[in-house]
Design a protein around this ligand. Sequence first.
Ligand code: BDR
Ligand code: CA
Length: 313
Amino acid sequence: MSPRKIIIDTDPGQDDAVAILLALASPEEIEVLGITAVAGNVPLPLTQRNARIVCELAGRQDVAVYAGCDAPLTRKLVTAEHVHGKTGLDGPQLPEPTMPLQEQHAVEFIIDTLRSNPKGSVTLCPLGPLTNIATAFQRAPDVVENVAEIVLMGGAYFEVGNITPAAEFNIYVDPQAADIVFQSGVRIVVMPLDVTHKALVTGARVQAFRTMGTEVGRMVAEWTDFFERFDKEKYGSEGAPLHDPCVIAYLIQPGLFQGRHVNVTVETGSELTLGMTVADWWRVTDRPPNAMFMGSLDADGFFDLLTDRLARL
Ligand code: BDR
Ligand code: CA
C-alpha cells in the first residue's frame, strides 16, 4: 500500500516534536506533505522555528514548513510556557535551524494541497489549536469535502480539563475553530486526554530512548525529562504524557486505540466551561455521531512502536 499523505499542523511543544519525529521515521506508512505551524504552546515565531529544528534533527531539511495563524479566530492567544518552557522545546541545548521557512502562508498551503490532490487522499493531523484548519475551511469551503480524515489531539471527557477544570489546552485556546472543525462533516478521530494520559513515559521507557545511543534518542529523553515535571506535580503521574504522538501512532497502528463513534460538541458560550468537548459517550442524546472519540490505549504497544521507529532516525 502506498503511504498515507498527511499534513501535520502543530505548535511544538516537546510532544509535538516527538510526533513529528515518529512521522518522519515511518515513510512506509506516512508521507508528510508539509508541516504547518500555528500559535499555541508558544507564539508562532517559536512554533515555526521549533518545527524546523525538529526536521533538521531528523535529517529532513527537505520537509516544507509553513507558518500559519498567529492568534485564535476571535480570542487572545493563551500559551503554555508553564508546561513546555520559554522556547516551547526547553530541555536540551538546540541549535538555531538553518533550513528555510516557506514563504507561502500555512492556510494557503493547506487549501492548495487539498485542491491539487485527489479527493479523499490527504489526511490532516492537527496537534495544536485548530486555527489553521478552521481558517482554511472558512476561506475555501470547497476543500472540506476533499479531506480524507482529520486525526487530532484535543479534548477530554473522563479526564476533563488540563488548562481549566473543564477544557483541554488545544481546544480551549481556540474553541471557535474547534467548533468549526467538529461541525465540518469531515471524518474525525480524536485523541483526547483520556487516551494521552495513558501514554506515559516511565523511567524504563525514557531509558529506552536514552540507550538508543543516537542524537534523536538523547533529545527525546531530555525533552521528556523536562516536561514530565509538570504532569508529575499536577497529576502525580509516573512521567510525561506523549499526547501528540498518539495521532501519528494511530495512522501506523490503529489497533493500539479503542474508542466510540459519538457526538462531540464544543462549548463556545459559557465562560466557565469554554472549550469543553462535550462527548456523548453514553449516547444519551440523539445528536448525530461526528467523531471517533478514543478512550483507551495499549501503552506498551505504543511505546514499542515509538522506540522502534525513533531508533531508525
Ligand atoms: C496538548 O497541549 C499541548 O500542551 C500539547 O502539545 C498537546 O498538544 C495537550 O493538552
Ligand atoms: Ca501540541
